[in-house]
Write a protein that binds this ligand. Structure first.
Ligand code: FES
Ligand code: FES
Length: 140
């Protein structure tokens, strides 16, 4: 076993070549935006999902102002959730990311940021849909 090697390959690959960096139009009714911060270090992560009519995540983008592990965690998360339902995506734990990227204990909160970010994006999407259907019911 060569855990350090795994750490380097996976973290560095996601860090040097992060997947799905960018933004989706925040105002789109099928887009959910999660914006979270890590109190421990002040790093910030924005993660956005686009959800198709079947409730499946069809597109994901992120921007992370933070350390390499936070960038790698968000990059990993975007790849992981594409094609999942909202319920499936909401169950992904930071411990899975930390394990997958072999993050050391001091970097656990960086992966927590990615878990918080996807949940926050899902919440935003759901409250948007809720508001839309309330508006419709009210006859506006
Ligand atoms: Fe935030 Fe590491 S303390 S970048
Ligand atoms: Fe704070 Fe990584 S997110 S050190």
């Amino acid at each position: 076993l060569a855990p350090n090697r795994t750490y380097h390959e996976k973290v560095i690959s996601h860090y040097e070549n992060p997947r799905n960096v960018g933004s989706l139009p925040k105002g789109d009714t099928d887009v959910g935006t999660g914006l979270v911060g890590a109190p421990a270090c002040g790093d910030v992560m924005k993660l956005q999902i686009r959800v198709d009519p079947n409730g499946v995540i069809s597109d994901v983008k992120f921007k992370t102002f933070g350390c390499g592990s936070a960038i790698a965690s968000s990059s990993y998360m975007t790849e992981r959730v594409k094609g999942l339902t909202l319920d499936e995506a909401g169950k992904i734990k930071n411990t899975e990311i930390a394990k997958e990227l072999s993050l050391p204990p001091v970097k656990l909160h960086c992966s927590m940021l990615a878990e918080d970010a996807i949940r926050s994006a899902i919440r935003d999407y759901r409250s948007k849909r809720q508001n839309l259907s309330n508006t419709k019911k009210a006859g506006f």
